[in-house]
Design a protein around this ligand. Structure first.
Ligand code: PMP
Ligand code: GLN
Length: 385
């Protein structure tokens, strides 16, 4: 048995258990209200559950086709064309995956070789960097300023070198709740023009956008879409994070390479769930009403929080709210987050874990994908601080 006694043993010597697992376990241990990991604490639509049962009874219990059930890929392609005006070929340009996480890992594995540079915008969701590093890639971070989390496109362009193989963006953005504007997407398109850089556009919160704003998918921009994988997650859209079903879309040549890895990485995804989702997607209300649903939750959470000492950051999308606690304490965010669980029985996510060099701006992330009763209890606690 090889011994774990030197750095050469581990391909990821600096990777620890994710902050979501850490905070979730701490919440359980202390019986705290859990607003840390991003998942709804209410049930998905009953009819979706019934569709899965029906599919199982009808015999959808063996391996699904490797790229996904064609019926579901057709529905995904239809939704993309309807919303963003780009036609993806369901046979060759759409693949169903085990959540967006597997799509992202598989894309990176299919394209990143030792020494390739990948630009990652920080704060960043935590699955990108380990996937890059385990494949020998080099993360090139761009740290956003916590006042508005806006990208400086000059700085972005200055990070592009002859070794840049890929860029990863995430809009709506976890954890800041900001969204890329049309101008941002055009800047991105212009910055990548004439290069061979591949873009991963992580759009898992595409339907959770507020205040009448629009989601600007990379699929909408002709040059961008030619170099992009757009990643989505049914977990976020249909309140089924535990079912782990997502998808990615990309031009045929890129998807061809993707599937070479996908077929040996997972081969395929839960068959009955795919059948159910194909039927459920026929009604666009099932995803188009999601923004209003979460906007009401955000407004409820924030109106009550107006009486607290937290400073509220703007939230344009996702189901996460950042709160600045600098008027309450000078403790580092991890220390304060832990104390909130132990002493106040409420769990959140400290933002330093998403930042370059664990930059700490006294920000905590709270997930508001919760019942009104849970949000009420959360606010009652937060207002005592
Ligand atoms: N990207 C972002 C930005 C996320 O917040 C998440 C978290 N769920 C994922 C990807 C992963 O999605 P999935 O659960 O479908 O794997
Ligand atoms: N996306 C979820 C979040 O940001 C976490 C999912 C996970 O734990 N991997 O909270």
């Amino acid at each position: 048995m090889p011994q774990n006694n030197n750095k050469a043993f581990s391909k990821l010597p600096n990777v620890k258990t994710t902050i979501f697992t850490t905070m979730g376990q701490l919440a359980l241990k202390h019986k705290a209200l859990n607003l840390s990991q991003g998942f709804p604490n209410f049930k998905p639509d009953r009819s979706l559950i019934e569709l899965v049962t029906k599919a199982m009874e009808e015999g959808y219990n063996q391996y699904a086709p490797m790229p996904g059930l064609l019926e579901l890929r057709e529905r995904i392609a239809y939704k993309m064309e309807d919303l963003y005006g780009r036609r993806y070929n369901p046979e060759k340009e759409v693949t169903v995956t085990v959540g967006a996480t597997q799509a992202i890992f598989t894309i990176i594995t299919a394209f990143i070789r030792g020494g390739d540079e990948v630009i990652v915008i920080k704060p960043a969701y935590d699955c990108y960097e380990p996937a890059i590093e385990v494949n020998g890639g080099v993360v090139v971070p761009i740290q956003l300023c916590n006042s508005d989390f806006k990208i400086n496109w000059e700085e972005f362009r200055s990070k592009i070198t002859s070794k840049t193989k890929m860029v990863i963006i995430n809009t709506p953005h976890n954890p800041s709740g900001t969204i890329f504007s049309e101008a941002d997407m055009l800047q991105l398109q212009k910055s990548l023009e004439g290069t061979n850089i591949i873009l991963i556009s992580d759009e898992v919160y595409e339907h959770i956008v507020f205040d009448g704003q629009l989601h600007h998918s990379a699929a909408k921009y002709s040059d961008l879409s030619q170099r992009s994988f757009v990643c989505g997650s049914f977990g976020k859209t249909f309140h089924i994070t535990g079912w782990k079903v997502g998808y990615c879309l990309g031009p045929e040549a890129l998807m061809h390479e993707f599937r070479k890895v996908h077929q040996f990485n997972v081969f395929c995804v839960d068959h009955a769930v795919q059948k159910a989702l194909a039927t459920y997607l026929k009604d666009p209300c099932n995803y188009l009403e999601l923004g209003a649903f979460y906007e009401a939750k955000r407004d409820f959470f924030l109106s009550e929080l107006a009486n607290s000492r937290f400073k509220i950051k703007p939230c344009q999308g996702t189901y996460f709210q950042l709160l600045d606690y600098s008027t309450i304490t000078t403790e580092p965010d991890e220390v304060f987050a832990e104390r909130l669980v132990r002493e106040y029985k409420i769990a959140s996510i400290p933002i330093s874990s998403f930042n370059t060099n664990k930059l700490d701006n006294n920000l905590l992330r709270f997930c508001f994908a919760k019942t009104d009763a849970t949000l009420e209890k959360a606010v009652a606690i937060l207002c005592t601080l």
